[in-house]
Design a protein around this ligand. Sequence first.
Ligand code: F6R
Length: 609
Amino acid sequence: MCGIVGYIGQKKACPILIEGLRQLEYRGYDSAGISVINENGIFTAKSAGRVQELENKIGEKEVFGEVGIAHTRWATHGKPSDKNSHPHGDCKNNISVVHNGIIENYRELKDFLIKKKHKFSSETDSEVVAHLLEEFSKKMDFKLAVFEALKLIKGTYGLAIINSREPEKIIVARNGSPLVMGIGDGEYIIASDTSAIVRHTDKVIYFDDGEVAEITRDGFNVTNIRNKNIKKSITTLDWTVEKSQKGGFDHFMLKEIFEQPETIFNSIRGRYISTEGNAKLGGMEGVIDRIRKVEKIVIVGCGTARLAGMVGEYMLEEYAGIPTEVDYAHEFRYRKSVIDEKTALIAISQSGETADTLAAVREAKEKGALTLGIVNVVGSTIARETDAGVYTHSGPEIAVASTKAFTSQLAVMTLITVLFGRQRQMSLVTGQRIIRELDQIPAKIKKILSDNKEILKVAKKYHQYENFAYLGRKYNHPIAFEGAIKLKELTYIHAEGFASGEMKHGPIAMIDGNFPCVFVAPRDSVYEKNFSGIQEIKARGGKVIAIATVGDKEMAKVADDVIYIPKTLEMLTPILAAIPLQLFAYHMAVLNKKDVDKPRNLAKSVTVE
Ligand code: F6R
């Protein structure tokens, strides 16, 4: 989820690139860097930390040159540090490259290049691109060298490349990572998205996968990697500077909700072997023997992250057969928890900095447990302090309310369940089935997102109610709580989550026509029970908004409103059911004129106890 920017024109590139990085900083903010071509070759500055750190590093220095590239990083391979920051160069510093994406076969390419005596200076996958170009351009024209390199690369990329031996040019390429070019008056600005472009021009070209563009001050030429020309059309933007930072969405939260097909894909990509019905989690390889000996699992987290853990409890007990408990991280550390070296503690945290969750990790380590992290922010404290772990790769989550990080936590939890399960009693066929279904989740999320207008209609009908109950059972019991958290934190409306079976033991007394119930009731093993629960609410004059499986006509007869989700494996229904609840809470907040991205009293990363 890094941000890349490039400039070629008549003006000094450095300030334009730095400003572009600022606009893209939401895409990643663990390090930044810049390369500009001038008469002395390539000037490069990079720094761990925010764009401000990079600016401080450059200081008062005047950076000459009208052609350059820059990058703000969200670390995937290699911790955030000066040397892992982009741009990356070749051995002689003639070539400089910025990359957004993941080069899956970089180990293989790096081995090949090391044999050819290339010297690497970072731990990143991206650096191989600069060295591949150096290698190929020994024998051929630079543009052809780019084609040859791209033919070898497996994975995703948005690339911008400069070469001091062809100083009047930037080459860009796209495969799976966004890339757009602004067309100004004698100047071009390349960026991961238009937020870095809108202040310069409203004329843009969106590159498609498989395209390479050679850009000079006088024009540009787009081809595929076989050098066949491609005609591109120019789009006129109607976005404001403010809005484009959010990729055209009104709020970061909405943007992040809509990113979920991509973020789930990123969290599972390359992490399973379909034929073996097994997960392949690089971050767990070092502790695989200890995992085999685990007899008990304790999952800790706070807020939404803990709810992902609750879904994990159902998954792990059903499919891996390991006794599992879930605790609030802040309770766990004060409880006399019975754990030992045969216990695995799984800490779930988007930020990786939540003080309570970190304290629980330290407490478990002290007692000899194996500590595992499911964390989004690369290089964060929890990621560093756990014995092993899996990054969720959801990219920067800016909105305070967690959305895409949560569904990625569930996807990763599914893979962990397969890993633990396949070491125990889970059959090949079951492992294969889970993976097959998980693989289809991004497409199913897209379908739910396409019903956004329907969800808005439901929100319009209910946005003035003051109390809500959220109900669910088994796998969707935690999702009822998650729906309630989202509504509470975004709208400040009173919302409570319940395990639906609990209603008749007390809470149903509250129900009347002014207390709508959001019932998560997909067609799963507890459908009949939920259906009875809905009828009990209706019998007491309550209103029901149901989250149901597509095609469930019976539900439409009994519930007041139904939001449909596609059919999937029961254990995966929470990922799908969470999405309409996020959208519902979002619309409720907008309709009630609340500050969606920054709800009152909250912070994105809770680093105090
Ligand atoms: C709710 C939300 C919070 C976080 C919680 C844990 O939408 O965002 O409940 O889930 O504060 O934060 P992390 O995951 O960073 O540990």
